[in-house]
Design a protein around this ligand. Structure first.
Ligand SMILES: Nc1nc2c(ncn2[C@@H]2O[C@H](COP(=O)(O)OP(=O)(O)O)[C@@H](O)[C@H]2O)c(=O)[nH]1
Ligand SMILES: [Mg+2]
Length: 246
């Protein structure tokens, strides 16, 4: 039987300085695996940045048939908006996935998780990578981000009553049919989109599992610890309100 197919989206905003080594390696390891397509979704950066991204991606597309032409969104939608734009255009694959552009999760680790989801029997379970194993030397993060992640994870688990530790890790796999069922209900396009995705999957009866991965934080992140945490907490409260009212 051919392996389960995966469409992997890389949401990007101002990533021309960080994406190249990761994307090259990702193309190489997924070519070996087969059955994987990769697509960069650029989220409304300025013209100079778009030109830099084209210079990086177009030659790689020529060398890698499974690297699809990039999507350039006309305006900034937010990380979730970019992921969903990529997923909504996907061919009818088995799995939809996304990974952060900065290589904090290595290409090898992405390949490991692809192998793992492919072992699943039906019905498929969504797989959320996790940096929760705080004692693990495999996870290197700034203490501030570790702490905020911990607080946010506790907030999500408590307010939404979903057993999750790390809702924000930048590598996730969702069965396409499960995504299609919930897609019309998804509203949040910012950094808390994965919380809404998780809650909607959970409520629709799609099981999920959290899987520990290696994570070596790449400097230069865009998430502003105070401003974005505040926005994300507000989004979690909105998700909870909508669930209660449903
Ligand atoms: N589409 C989109 N992606 C974004 C935006 N901001 C960040 N990202 C992407 O989200 C991923 C994680 O962002 P990153 O800056 O590494 O976050 P941090 O390491 O947590 O500060 C990367 O692939 C970014 O390019 C945005 O406004 N829109
Ligand atoms: Mg990052």
């Amino acid at each position: 039987m051919p392996p389960a197919t995966v469409h992997l989206v890389i949401p990007c905003y101002q990533e021309s300085g960080r994406i190249e080594p990761f994307l090259k390696e990702l193309c190489a390891v997924t070519r070996e695996l087969g059955g994987v397509t990769i697509q960069v979704v650029e989220d409304g950066s300025d013209a100079a940045e778009i030109a830099r991204m084209r210079d990086i991606i177009v030659p790689l597309c020529r060398q890698n048939e499974h690297l699809l032409p990039p999507v350039f969104l006309p305006q900034n939608l937010g990380k979730g908006g970019a992921v969903y734009a990529g997923w909504d255009q996907a061919r009818p694959v088995d799995w939809l996935a996304f990974v952060d552009a900065d290589g904090s999760c290595s290409a090898t680790e992405v390949a490991n998780l692809i192998r793992r989801v492919r072992l699943q029997p039906a019905p498929l379970t969504a797989v959320f990578a996790s940096r929760w194993d705080q004692t693990s030397s495999k996870v290197q993060r700034q203490w501030k981000r570790r702490l905020m992640g911990r607080i946010f994870g506790t907030l999500v688990a408590t307010l939404l009553r979903i057993p999750i530790h790390d809702s924000q890790c930048g590598l996730k796999f969702v069965p396409r049919t499960a995504y299609q069922r919930i897609a019309p209900t998804l509203r949040i396009h910012g950094f808390a989109f994965d919380v809404e995705l998780l809650a909607a999957l959970h409520d629709s009866g799609c099981e999920f599992e959290e899987t520990s991965i290696a994570w070596h934080e790449t400097p230069g992140g865009h998430v502003h610890l105070i401003r974005d945490s505040f926005r994300m907490a507000r989004d979690v409260l909105a998700i909870r309100r909508r669930r209660v009212n449903r």
